[in-house]
Design a protein around this ligand. Sequence first.
Ligand code: 3PG
Length: 209
Amino acid sequence: MIALPPALSGHRIVPVLVIDDAGFAVDAAAALAAGGIGCVEITLRTPAALAAITAIADAGTSLVGVGTVVTPDDLNRAADAGALFVITPGVDREVIDLARERGLDILPGVATATDVLAVLRSGLRAVKLFPADILGGVDLIAALAGPFPDVAFVPSGGVSPANVASYLAHPNVPAVSGSWMAGRQLLASRDVATIERLSREAVALAGAG
Ligand code: 3PG
C-alpha cells in the first residue's frame, strides 16, 4: 500500500514556495486553494519564510509545511512557527527523529537506493525524490520501485505541466511537488490570477494522470 504521511494524505500536488514577502503568504495560499491546491510548502530559503508559515497557519485555510529543512534547528524554528509537515532535501536521521518527537510528518529527500534504505531503517515509508528530473524522472522511480515496491515517492525538482501527469500515473507516486504554479516571480508580482490559473491547470493534469 503506497501511502503518504497522514498530514499530506489526499494531496496530489505540493506547491513549493520561495517567498520574499510574508505579507503575501496568505493571499498566495488562497490563490492556490482557489485553484484546488489545499497545501503549501514554504522553503526556509528566505528571511520571510518563518513569518509566512505563521501567517498561513494562523489563517487556517491551507495545510502549511516547511521545506529546505537542513538542520534540527531549522525544524524546531519551523515547528514553532506553525509548520505541520516537514520536507528535507536529503536524509538526516537526527532531523527525522526530531520530527517524530515533535509529532510532525516528514518526507526526507532521497537520491539513491542507499538513501531509501536509510529512510526505511528510520521507520518511514514515504520519501521525496530530489532532484527528480535530473536524476532520471519516472524511469528512476520505476527502477527504485523494483526493490522498494511499498515506498511512496514524491518527485520534486523539474516537475512541470509537461511531466506531472506521467509522474502521477506511476503507482508509487501518490503526489508530486514543484514550484511552477507559484514561482518566485509570480509571488513577487503578487499575481494571484496566474497562480490560481496554473494551480487549476495543475489539478486538471493531476486528475488526468
Ligand atoms: C526545489 O528545490 O525548489 C523543489 O524541488 C522544487 O523544484 P522546482 O522549482 O524545479 O519545481
